[in-house]
Structure formats: C-alpha cells, structure tokens
Ligand binder design. Structure first.
Ligand code: T46
Length: 134
C-alpha cells in the first residue's frame, strides 16, 4: 500500500524520439483522479503551508526540481522531486511546505477530490489540534 511520502515510479518509455511517461489510476495512482492542476512560474517564494482533511495527491515535478517538507504532526520528511518519472504521494492530514524551486520547476498535481477550500487547514496549530481531536 502506498504510504505518505512514498515515491511512485511512473512508466517511462525512452527511444530515439525522446521520453514518454505514463501513469494510471489503480496501478501507479492510488486513488480516483478528480482534479489535475499545475504549479508554474515558481520563484523563491515557498508555497503550501497547509494540510488537507481528506484530499490525497500525487505530485510530479516534470521539469526542474523542488523540495517538499511533509509533516504528519509526529514525523517530518523532506523529499526532493527532480525527475519527471517519479511521483510523490501525499496523504490526507499532512502539513506540506514546498520550497527551493530550481531550473524553472514545473509541478503537476493529481488530486483525489475537486477543489474545496473547507478541506484546507491553513493554520499549523489548528492542524495539530485537528490531529489530537481525531
Ligand atoms: C496543495 C499544494 C501542493 C483553486 O481555485 N483551485 C484549485 O484546484 C487549487 C489547487 C487552487 N485554487 C486557488 C486557491 C487559491 O486562491 O488557487 C489559489 C492558490 O492556491 P494555494 O494558495 O492553496 O496554492 P499552494 O501552492 O499553496 O497549494 C496548492 C494546493 O492548493 C494544495 O492543495 O497541496 O498546491
């Protein structure tokens, strides 16, 4: 079973024309994909600083690189994404901070739910309290 912070190997097909990378729900992606969004024009400003109550995501840095801190309230993991053939699984109830975007990082995110602002926990103390109340 895919766990928070796991890297997911995507299918990579290399030939003389270049590289094609694919992923499918149920094999590489451990949830039904309801939304896809991109993070582009990234700069020195970090992003994230929130958790989600229900949302699960797979993040893929398809060019450049970035770092992501994942914090489940007890353990912190620092993950680097620098390959278009690696996804990063982010479970629900995980605080995330994205930073150190390099070389015109372009990030694609596959999400298990449609956008819902009420699913966000944007205050770190609320995040810790929410975990204690669970
Ligand atoms: C996450 C990290 C990895 C929408 O209207 N629809 C959407 O689907 C999304 C993702 C965002 N928005 C709006 C909400 C804000 O007004 O876009 C604006 C920027 O969103 P936010 O400040 O949440 O961006 P990040 O980069 O901090 O976080 C995003 C995702 O929101 C979040 O779910 O896990 O990327």
């Amino acid at each position: 079973m895919t766990k928070n912070g796991d890297y997911i190997d995507l299918n990579s097909f290399n030939d003389k024309r270049g590289t094609l990378i694919s992923m499918e729900q149920g094999s590489e992606i451990p949830f039904e994909i309801k939304r896809v969004y991109f993070l582009t024009n990234l700069n020195s400003n970090p992003r994230g600083f929130h958790a989600h109550k229900n949302l699960k995501q797979v993040m893929i840095c398809i060019s450049g690189s970035c770092e992501i801190l994942l914090d489940d309230g007890q353990n912190k993991l620092l993950r680097t994404l620098s390959s278009p053939s690696k996804g990063l699984y982010i479970d629900s109830y995980v605080w995330r901070e994205m930073k150190n975007f390099k070389d015109n990082a372009l990030i694609v995110v596959l999400a298990s739910e449609i956008y819902d602002e009420s699913d966000y926990i944007r205050d770190y103390n609320d995040f810790l309290d929410y975990g204690n109340d669970k």
